[in-house]
Design a binder for this molecule. Structure first.
Ligand SMILES: CC(=O)N[C@H]1[C@@H](OP(=O)(O)OP(=O)(O)OC[C@H]2O[C@@H](n3ccc(=O)[nH]c3=O)[C@H](O)[C@@H]2O)O[C@H](CO)[C@@H](O)[C@@H]1O
Ligand SMILES: C=C(OP(=O)(O)O)C(=O)O
Length: 440
């Protein structure tokens, strides 16, 4: 497998551009399945493993898809299959987002059960509760979920037990072609929900209230393919903001939107990081001394769980004790063991991590236990003494485009070695002090 080698000690400076958001593009591509006429054209689509997975899901269903130079097109007008097998859902849970559109348009969907992953058990009961409330029958067997409805789904009032992002999206998509009005309460308010609603409305849907706690969807008879540009990735932006802060650097994160990053900016400022809003993004300047903070992950507009691991890396460098409570996923502390390999002082008490700093981190061989853990370990490597080797990069590739190259452009000493290169020249033959950067 590929490995990333990073050597600590460089202050990052310059400009880095943010890609389109992974968590917006996946539901938007799933939503394109709702179009009975016309072709959807989606812009600013990042070249991520997850995008190729959803592209393959659509191709498997019979959609005519293309993806070139950041533009994704989907012609969903033909006869389509309504089954998404395990091989796709296993790779990426968001594949399950095709259920709402397929059920709504064709009256049936047969999707492999997503199952859990490294960060938690991640049930889908809220998605299914919504489909059932709209008149679908849902059965589970042989590792699949089969949802069916005679004729059309019917508008309903649905109260989510938790503001689940995926359930909000799946139910919202299903409701667009339902008969009558659906009201979903206690919904997720993430910017990605608003992006999806904007795309659905451009297709001819009638979705109101996205970005608030209640969404109303008036069902329509037919949707048409539409053009849409994906919002910037606030988690990628946040990751580069932490890269600037942790190295005491000065970085312009181009495309970062202040209003999507408010909870993160507030915590950074509490830590002494300078964040300026610029016309084209955010300028982030790391201080000499970072102050510790307490934070709790929460649904938007709370602090995002997808930035928890990266902030843990940052807190290892703060002077004093920082506290992180993870309330969204029950098992999202797998990276702690990896940070400890790097000499971090972190204690876990239930859902809380207590981080004492500042720690002189040491380079070590660590494993990306999930997508954000991978990014966070690389961030830690930017300030560690000596060389850090990060493995299991298939997780990182789900959510970051050319992460090592972007960091190298900002001045980091980092390189990625492919599996083939690793085979040709064993890692042991590359001593840490010969580390080459992508920009020298
Ligand atoms: C592709 C995508 O957009 N992924 C994001 C999405 O994941 P995802 O949509 O899977 O996250 P959810 O908001 O649904 O999950 C949040 C919590 O609710 C629980 N839950 C969810 C659904 C359900 O039916 N029952 C249930 O109990 C989950 O187990 C989890 O503990 O939101 C998460 C929370 O911001 C982010 O970390 C992910 O990056
Ligand atoms: C948890 C994440 O993604 P997913 O829901 O696709 O696993 C993430 O982006 O950090």
């Amino acid at each position: 497998m590929d490995k990333i080698y990073v050597k600590g000690g460089k202050r990052l400076c310059g400009t880095v551009k943010v890609e389109g958001a992974k968590n917006a593009v996946l539901p938007v591509i799933a939503a394109s399945l709702l179009a009975e006429e016309g072709v959807s054209e989606i812009y600013d689509v990042p070249s991520l493993a997850d995008v190729f997975t959803i592209k393959n899901v659509l191709a498997h269903l019979g959609v005519d898809v293309s993806y070139e130079n950041g533009v994704f097109t989907a012609n969903t007008t033909g006869e389509l299959l309504t089954e998404a097998p395990f091989e796709y859902v296993r790779k990426m849970r968001a594949s399950f987002l095709v259920m709402g559109p397929l059920l709504s348009r064709f009256g049936r969907a047969h999707i492999a059960l997503p199952g859990g992953c490294a960060i938690g058990s991640r049930p889908i009961d809220q998605h299914l509760k919504g489909f059932e409330a709209m008149g679908a029958t849902v059965e589970t067997g042989n590792g699949y979920i089969e949802a069916k409805v005679n004729d059309r789904l019917k508008g309903a009032r649905i109260y989510l037990d938790f503001p689940s992002v995926g359930a909000t999206e799946n139910i919202m998509m299903a409701a667009t072609l339902a008969e009558g009005t659906t009201i979903i309460e206690n919904v997720a308010e993430e910017p990605e929900i608003v992006d999806l609603a904007n795309f659905l409305n451009a297709m001819g849907a009638n979705v109101r209230g996205a970005g608030t706690g209640t969404i109303r969807i008036k069902g329509v008879d037919k949707l048409t393919g539409a053009k849409h540009t994906i919002i910037p990735d606030r988690i990628e932006a946040g990751t580069f903001m932490v890269a600037a802060a942790i190295t005491g650097g000065d970085v312009i994160v181009e495309g970062a939107l202040y209003e999507h990053l408010r909870p993160l900016i507030a915590k950074m400022r509490e830590m002494g990081v300078v964040v300026h809003e610029k016309e084209n993004g955010l300028r982030v300047i790391g201080p000499d001394i970072l102050r510790p903070v307490d934070l709790k992950t929460m649904p938007h507009p709370g602090f995002p769980t997808d930035m928890q691991a990266q902030f843990m890396a940052l807190l290892t460098q703060a002077k004093g004790t920082g506290i992180i409570t993870e309330t969204v996923f029950e098992n999202r502390f797998m990276h702690v063991e990896e940070f400890r390999r790097m000499n971090a002082d972190i204690k876990i008490e239930g859902r809380t991590a207590i981080i004492s700093g500042p720690t002189r981190l040491q380079g070590a061989e660590v494993s990306a236990t999930d997508l954000r853990a991978g990014a966070a370990l690389i961030l830690a490597g930017l300030v560690a003494e000596g060389e850090t080797t990060v493995t299991e990069l298939q997780h990182l590739d789900r959510g970051y485009v050319d992460f090592h190259l972007k960091l190298a452009q900002l001045g980091a000493q980092i390189k990625r070695v492919s599996e083939a290169e690793t085979m040709e020249s064993p890692i042991q033959a590359t001593p840490p002090h010969h580390l080459k950067t992508a920009n020298n």
